[in-house]
Design a binder for this molecule. Structure first.
Ligand code: PRP
Length: 214
């Protein structure tokens, strides 16, 4: 039988997923000692881990070259819905927030506001929900710079500990939505390999429950 192929978001979510796999009793030594290798066996060959960037995890799962994926809800909200979201893994917790210079009343005044963000779709949906017309500028990283440099009135970005905002004289104006890591599945894989995927999900849920009880 072909291994179930699961795309993992490289970095912290990859580490948290490997921890979860190990709690499930799966051997992850190949991933732990991966070097520069990007496709690695997990367990006794029943799973194959593919290490990818967050948005690419979605692309590989949507196109069916990976059966499953582990990706943040932030990437899911920004990049689409052509797959099933099947489990909240409970790690990688943070939030999307609207943030701006400390002490400024963002919602006052009539001038159109400018928002800098790495997540234009998330920002657009948020402001549409508020019935507010804003100008959105896409920034690739360290979005906190934009209001400091006078490019934007505020940002929509990920906040985890809040220390980046604090260190740069910014504060949360409004919380947009909570984020955590999700297990996603290719639509056809979920039909064709239902039993295998369901048994993996059950084991993941069990391991998640045990780690949450600790
Ligand atoms: C993320 C996010 C914030 C920071 C928030 O950036 O965009 O800048 O982390 O974390 P904190 O609330 O714990 O300070 P990341 O480090 O991923 O890099 P980037 O800015 O280049 O996207």
């Amino acid at each position: 039988m072909k291994p179930l192929r699961i795309a993992l978001t490289k970095g912290r979510l990859e580490k948290d997923t490997v921890d979860l796999f190990e709690k499930m009793g799966l051997d992850c030594s190949a991933v732990r000692e991966k070097g520069r290798k990007l496709i690695l066996p997990v367990g006794s060959g029943e799973i194959e881990a593919v290490l990818a960037k967050a948005a690419d995890v979605i692309t590989y799962v949507e196109h069916g070259v990976c059966d499953l994926g582990v990706v943040g809800k932030d990437t899911i909200l920004e990049h689409g819905t052509g797959f099933y979201e099947i489990l909240d893994l409970g790690f990688g917790k943070c939030k999307f927030a609207l943030a701006g210079p400390k002490g400024k009343d963002f919602f006052s005044g009539y001038a159109t506001k400018t928002i800098a963000t790495k997540y234009p779709n998330v920002a657009r949906t948020y402001f549409e929900g508020k019935g507010m017309d804003v100008r959105i500028i896409k920034i690739e990283g360290s979005v906190e710079l934009a209001p400091l440099l006078g490019l934007s009135d505020a940002i929509v970005d990920i906040v985890e500990t809040g220390s980046t905002l604090k260190a740069n004289g910014l504060e949360v104006i409004d919380e947009v939505t909570p984020i955590s890591a999700r297990l996603i599945a290719n639509v056809a894989s979920l039909k064709l390999r239902k039993a295998e995927i369901e048994s993996l999900i059950a084991r993941m849920e069990e391991a998640k429950k045990i780690s949450q009880e600790k």
